[in-house]
Design a binder for this molecule. Structure first.
Ligand code: HEM
Ligand SMILES: [Ca+2]
Ligand SMILES: [Ca+2]
Length: 328
């Protein structure tokens, strides 16, 4: 008892209490589950319906939604900064070399239009980015992840910092780990997130450095032959749609095949292969290759952390009418 009393009168505790009070009364709301329950009760349902429709028309849209979340949330915040076009003084993040190969943006507009027709200017593009990735993951064989909403959209693009935030395909593992660490994602979570490369494709420009002038000796020879067939020129035309599949075994399932592939030297990017050779990350690779349930748990945990990176809430930002442009 005496000890408790001393703790309660501690000036540190008093300060903490006041800081908490200030936080709750300052008017800034935070993300919450089902944020649109009053303002647009069917928001999450409409988004899911659209994601499912699109998936049945173009399966790779689900793949794009996962990559979108990464590229938006990693740059400053999950604030749909990624979706802005170059216009009215805005320089689009989509033009950064890191965004190379990103596709299906026009279908984000399809989702947004469906939501707008029921609830005009109520649901943010940032929440659409996050919820479409959540629903896309489920369609690609992942579990349902409960996610909070209430993010607002940025009024600016951060094209100039994209390269400082998103690693390059041939960056060192320590740099990759530090980028994710800076937004609170540990090595285990980072290894899990890279498992997104269990779906989708990579263009030849990002692969040829491992094939020419000589084939990277760490590549499985048969797999190297496949890559050479897909990418026969050391200098592919960047505009040509020449690519290799990330995962030849289960290309449309976001499963732990990625880890089995990289353990058998069938990693596409240098960064994928390094997960196996780096002593910090390799134990997680082994565990994820062995256990798809563990991989899905870790992927979900890390995707959730990524989705809550530094959101704009309260009076910050805006709710865009059109995801491609800031409101006028
Ligand atoms: C160090 C981190 C990462 C690097 C360097 C990286 C790099 C790349 C590159 C170079 C491509 C191929 C682009 C192309 O040539 O078309 C790609 C594709 C992809 N990445 Fe990553 N990535 C990283 C992490 C992630 C994370 C964390 C996610 C999601 C959670 C992700 C999701 C994807 C997806 C889904 C694709 C396939 C896209 C498609 O087929 O349209 N990546 N990534
Ligand atoms: Ca962003
Ligand atoms: Ca797969």
């Amino acid at each position: 008892m005496a000890r408790n009393r001393r703790q309660l009168s501690d000036p540190g505790i008093t300060f903490l209490f006041l800081a908490l009070l200030l936080h709750f009364y300052s008017g800034t709301s935070v993300l919450q589950l089902n944020y649109y329950s009053e303002s647009c009760p069917r928001a999450e349902e409409i988004i899911k319906q659209q994601v499912v429709n699109l998936y049945h028309k173009h399966g790779n849209t689900a793949v794009s939604w996962i990559r979108n979340l990464f590229h938006d949330c990693m740059v400053k915040s999950c604030d749909a900064s990624l979706l802005l076009e170059t216009a009215r003084g805005v320089e689009s993040e989509k033009l950064s070399s890191r965004s190379f190969g990103m596709r299906n943006f026009k279908y984000i507009d399809t989702i947004k239009k469906a939501v707008e027709s029921e609830c005009p200017q109520t649901v943010s593009c940032a929440d659409i980015v996050v919820l479409s990735a959540r629903d896309g993951f489920e369609l690609l064989g992942g579990p349902y992840i409960e996610m909070k909403t209430g993010r607002r959209d940025s009024k600016e693009s951060y094209a100039t910092v994209v390269e400082d935030s998103i690693p390059n395909h041939n960056d060192s593992m320590s740099l990759v780990l530090s980028r994710f660490q800076s937004i609170g994602i540990d090595a285990e979570g980072t290894v899990a997130l890279l498992g997104a490369h269990s779906v989708g494709r990579v263009h030849c420009v990002n692969v040829v450095n491992r094939l020419y002038p000589t084939v990277d000796p760490t590549l499985d020879p048969e797999y190297a032959e496949y890559l050479e067939r897909r990418c026969p020129s050391p200098e592919p035309d960047p505009k040509a749609v020449q690519y290799a599949r990330n995962d030849l075994e289960t290309p449309m399932v976001l499963d732990n095949m990625y880890y089995k592939n990289i353990l058998s030297h069938k990693g596409l990017l240098l960064v994928d292969q390094q997960l196996v050779s780096d002593p910090t990350t390799s134990p997680f690779v082994e565990k994820m290759a062995d256990d798809n349930g563990y991989f899905h748990d870790q992927f979900s945990r890390a995707l959730l952390l990524l989705s809550e990176n530094n959101p704009l809430t309260g009076d910050d930002g805006e709710i865009r009418k059109d995801c491609r442009y800031v409101n006028v």
